[in-house]
Design a protein around this ligand. Structure first.
Ligand SMILES: *Cc1c(COP(=O)(O)O)cnc(C)c1O
Length: 385
C-alpha cells in the first residue's frame, strides 16, 4: 500500500436505510410474507404503470427471469439463441439448461453492446431468439435489432439486468422486446438483495409466465379467485419473490431518482476528468448514443493493451481505489470452451474485455466525485509518464 493512499474507495455499496427497515418491519407485522402477496402485487402494479408495460412478474433473480423466458418461449434442443460473449453467465445458462445452444456474436467497441450486423451473420434456420444485453445501463441499438428480429421472425429477450431506469427513445429498457428481464441484486442500481423481474406485454406469454413462475400451477388464478382449486397445468419451477424482499424493493424504487442523480454525478466526474487523457489517446472513454438515457450503472474505460490494463488495476488498487474488470468472454471460459466449441474467436470481444477497467461507482461517492476522479486521472497520467 502506497503512503499516498488516502481513504479506500469501495467498488459498490447499496443505498439502504430506515425506509427499507420500516418496510420489512411492516411486512413482518402483517403476517403475509410469502411471494405474490399484497406487497408484491402492489410493486408489480407500480412498475407496470411506471414502465408502460402490461405485465411485471417479480422473480427471485434476473437469472431466474431469463430461465423463465426460455421456458415460456419453449426454447429446446436444437434451438440456437444469439447473445454477446461479453456477458454475464445467466442468459447463456438459461439456454444451456433447456438443452439449446447459445451462439455468441461480436460487440461494438464503444458501447460494448451487441453489434447488430454481427448478429445477422450468426442467424441460421435454427435460430429462435436474440438476447441483447444492455451493458452498463446503455441500450443496444434496439431499432436495428428489433427490425432484424422481425425480418427473421425471432424472439427478443432483453437482458436488462443493468438497465433498470434507463431508456431508449424514451422507452424503458426491458419493455421493447417480447420479454425483458431485470435484476435487483445487491450490485445493481436498485436492489432488494437478490431479486428480479420478468416483463412482457404479450398476453399469451404473460399467461404462461404466471404458471411457470408458480411451479407450473394455476395458483395465481386461484389467489385471484378465478378458479376454486389449483393444480398442475404446465412445466414450471419456483421463481417467486417473497413479500419481505418485495417490500425492500418498494422502498428502493422510491429512491430511484436520487440514486440515478448521484450515480450520474460520479459518472460525469470520471468522464470529465478523463476526457483530456482520451484526447491524448491514453484512454478510450465509453459513449452514450444520442437515443439512450443511461442509468449510469457502470463507468468503464479502455486502454491499449492487456498489460497496461493489468498494471493500472494494480496501481489503482494500491492507492485504495477498488477498480475492477469483467467479463471473461463466455466463449473462452472453461465451460464455453469445453462444451460449446465455438469456432469464432471473437477478437473484438477478447480485446475489449482484456483492456477494460471499471471504476468504483455508487451514490455514496457523489459528494467527493470530482476529487476522486482527479485522483484517478492523476494516477493514469503518472503511470503513463
Ligand atoms: C447481474 C446480471 C445478471 C444476473 O442478475 P441476478 O439478479 O443476480 O440473477 C444477468 N445479466 C446481466 C447482464 C447482469 O449484469
Amino acid at each position: 500500500m502506497s503512503d499516498q493512499a488516502t481513504s479506500s474507495v469501495s467498488f459498490n455499496e447499496p443505498v439502504l436505510g430506515e425506509a427499507e427497515a420500516k418496510a420489512v418491519r411492516e411486512v413482518l407485522g402483517s403476517g403475509t410474507i410469502r411471494g405474490d402477496g399484497p406487497v408484491s402485487q402492489h410493486v408489480e402494479e407500480e412498475m407496470e404503470e411506471w414502465l408502460g408495460i402490461d405485465h411485471v412478474f417479480l422473480t427471485t433473480s434476473c437469472t431466474h427471469a431469463l430461465e423463465m423466458a426460455m421456458v415460456v418461449l419453449d426454447i429446446g434442443p436444437g434451438d440456437e439463441v444469439i447473445m454477446p460473449s461479453f456477458n454475464f453467465v445467466s442468459s447463456a445458462n438459461a439456454v444451456v439448461l433447456r438443452g439449446a445452444t447459445p451462439v455468441f456474436a461480436e460487440i461494438e467497441p464503444d458501447t460494448l453492446n451487441l453489434d447488430v450486423e454481427a448478429v445477422r451473420e450468426k442467424i441460421t434456420p435454427r435460430t429462435k431468439a436474440i438476447v441483447p444485453v444492455h451493458y452498463a445501463g446503455v441500450s443496444c441499438d434496439m431499432e436495428a435489432l428489433l427490425a432484424l428480429a422481425d425480418e427473421h421472425d425471432l424472439y427478443v429477450v432483453e437482458d436488462a439486468a443493468q438497465g433498470v431506469d434507463a431508456y431508449y427513445d424514451g422507452r424503458a429498457l426491458g419493455t421493447m422486446g417480447d420479454i425483458g428481464c431485470y435484476s435487483f441484486h445487491e450490485t445493481k442500481n436498485i436492489t432488494c438483495g437478490e431479486g428480479g423481474a420478468f416483463l412482457t406485454s404479450d398476453e399469451q406469454l404473460a399467461r404462461k409466465a404466471e404458471l411457470v413462475r408458480e411451479k407450473g400451477t394455476n395458483r395465481s388464478a386461484f389467489i385471484r379467485g378465478e378458479v376454486d382449486k389449483y393444480t398442475w397445468v404446465s412445466e414450471g419451477s419456483s421463481y417467486i419473490l417473497s413479500d419481505i424482499l418485495a417490500s425492500v424493493l418498494r422502498a428502493q424504487l422510491r429512491r430511484r431518482s436520487t440514486i440515478k442523480r448521484k450515480r450520474k454525478a460520479v459518472w460525469t466526474a470520471y468522464h470529465e476528468a478523463l476526457s483530456p487523457l482520451a484526447e491524448e489517446g491514453i484512454v478510450t472513454l465509453p459513449t452514450i448514443p444520442a437515443r439512450c438515457t443511461s442509468n449510469y450503472h457502470i463507468f468503464f474505460f479502455r486502454v491499449d493493451t492487456p498489460r497496461q490494463r493489468n498494471h493500472l488495476l494494480e496501481v489503482l488498487k494500491n492507492h485504495g481505489i477498488d477498480a475492477s474488470f469483467h467479463y471473461i468472454p463466455l466463449h473462452s471460459s472453461p465451460y464455453g470452451q469445453e462444451y460449446l466449441r465455438d469456432e469464432d474467436t471473437l477478437p473484438r470481444t477478447k480485446h475489449c474485455s482484456e483492456t477494460l477497467i471499471r471504476l468504483p461507482l455508487h451514490p455514496g461517492l457523489a459528494e467527493d466525485a470530482a476529487s476522486l476522479a482527479d485522483r484517478v486521472a492523476h494516477l493514469l497520467v503518472e503511470e503513463r509518464a
